[in-house]
Design a protein around this ligand. Structure first.
Ligand SMILES: Cc1ncc(C[n+]2csc(CCOP(=O)(O)OP(=O)(O)O)c2C)c(N)n1
Ligand SMILES: [Mg+2]
Length: 448
């Protein structure tokens, strides 16, 4: 990060406003040499930077994670461009090999401000350089999780090639995240084990080789008990396993069925699927850890709270899952066949309430939004809307900040703790989990 440090020394910012994210977390050590403030809303932090600059007449840097977080700085960038303010957006990006793969939170952000910045850099963080400093400025720095830079290949294959891969494989695993259920059944019948994202809850599937928990999937990968991954469907799985497939398990072939976008940097994209053509291979039951005793032991943990919410939502109601932990907890505890919606194109925590409002407006059923506190605060202008749909129930898991950052062991400043309460808002039910119980739940669950 030496070059980034040197460039910031030249820019000499008055302050650095850091907006929480996992991708920009590795930049913190370098940024901490300047006066840093922590925020959760990129759009308003970027405007705050403009206000500061009007008074102090020095550049202000706003640092964001990847995805829509960068896009949220556009209005302030436009204002800075037309009012000659020295705004610098320092956006963290995923490595370029993931562009156009629909990997989680990997969007094309290289030219996102191109009409409104006077100079920019996009590339690996180690190489950052700006020949002549001018403002507004965009620094888009790619941060990789691995040292090796493998080539990103997306190759089309036909069914015969897939059949031979499948037949050679000793332990294929299908990960379903949307897509054709008939193909899922055919693969299961042919001996592939299956893991289904909760967002696609499918009933009436046999239990053979059916894995419920992400933890089991990761254990199987770690124990070398998966040698072929088949991704079924258009959305990218939210599991950690999917990110690991791009790094630690980069040697395992990934075949994508029903989508050109594999969500990893490399994949074999199957053109057509032929039913009943795969030879049957033996599959076996997989023993999984038992979740219910832990839900009972830690009733105030977030998984237990989300499980209770689930139990109270009747089967004809709709569920809208917020990003961050709500979607992951639902995945863990999910047992019913609710109709599920989510925003998983770019995994932003922005606009979730508004999107759920749109679903509710066009639906005659009750819509239950399950959302984290920071995500709700992000979209809170809608809570004052006179057009708030009456069929929208908001379940806010208020754990006092972005607790995902604790889960992923990111620096604690990124949690951006707060003491707001949502209890008096008419459409919101607030749940206050016991963060110690949540932590103990995870310790126990991981040790099973
Ligand atoms: C627009 C945007 N900014 C930043 C992020 C990075 N981010 C992912 S999760 C998260 C924290 C969310 O906090 P909260 O809604 O309270 O959920 P919790 O982590 O507590 O479950 C942040 C800031 C993002 N995904 N989208
Ligand atoms: Mg939270």
């Amino acid at each position: 990060m030496k070059r980034l440090f040197d460039l910031l020394e030249q820019i000499n910012p008055y302050k650095i406003l850091i907006c929480a994210g996992n991708r920009n977390a590795p930049l913190l050590d370098t940024l901490k040499h300047w006066d840093c403030e922590y925020h959760w809303d990129e759009r308003s932090a970027a405007f705050m930077a403009i206000g500061m600059m009007k008074v102090v007449k020095r550049p202000v840097v706003i640092c964001t994670t990847s995805g829509t977080a960068v896009a949220e700085c556009l209005p302030a960038m436009i204002e800075a461009f037309y009012s000659d303010e020295k705004l610098v957006v320092l956006s963290a990006d995923r490595p370029s090999r993931l562009r156009n793969s629909r990997a989680p939170q990997a969007i094309d952000q290289t030219q996102i401000f191109s009409s409104f910045n006077t100079c920019s850099y996009s590339g690996p963080v180690e190489n950052v350089s700006i020949p002549q400093i001018s403002f507004p400025m965009h620094l888009n720095v790619e941060i990789d999780d691995i040292e090796t830079n493998y080539e990103c290949v997306h190759e089309k294959i036909d069914f015969e090639e897939f059949k031979s891969l499948f037949e050679k494989s000793l332990a294929p695993m299908t990960v379903h995240s949307g897509g054709d259920v008939n193909i899922l059944r055919d693969l299961q019948k042919s001996g592939s084990r299956i893991f289904i994202e909760a967002s696609d809850n499918i009933t009436q599937l046999s239990n053979v080789g059916h894995i419920r928990y992400e933890k089991t999937l990761i254990n199987l990968l770690n124990e070398d008990k998966v040698d072929l991954i088949i991704k079924l469907g258009n959305t990218t799985p939210s599991t950690k396993a999917w990110r690991l497939l791009d790094t630690k398990f980069g040697h395992i072939p990934v075949v994508s069925i029903g989508s050109d976008f594999s969500g990893v940097g490399r994949a074999l994209v199957l053109k057509n699927y032929d039913f009943n053509q795969l030879d049957h291979k033996e599959s076996y039951e997989i023993e999984e850890a038992s979740l219910d005793p832990l839900l009972a032991k830690y009733p105030k943990s977030e998984p237990a709270i989300i499980n209770n919410i689930q139990n109270k939502i009747s089967s004809d109601e709709i569920v809208f899952l917020g990003n961050s932990m709500p979607i992951r907890y639902w995945q863990l505890v999910s047992r019913f066949n609710h109709k599920i919606y989510y925003n998983r194109g770019a995994n932003g925590i922005d606009g979730l309430l508004a999107t759920a409002m749109g679903v509710a407006k066009e639906s005659s059923k009750v819509v239950n939004l399950i959302i984290g506190d920071l995500s709700l605060l992000y979209d809170s202008n809608n809570l004052w809307s006179e057009k708030f749909p009456e069929n929208l129930k908001v379940h806010c898991i208020n754990n006092g900040g972005g607790q995902i950052f604790k889960r992923v062991k990111a620096p604690s400043e990124l949690i951006t703790p707060h003491r707001f309460r949502f209890e008096n808002l008419p459409f919101v039910t607030e749940y206050i989990p016991d963060n110690n119980q949540t932590e103990k739940f995870w310790d126990d669950w991981n040790s099973l």
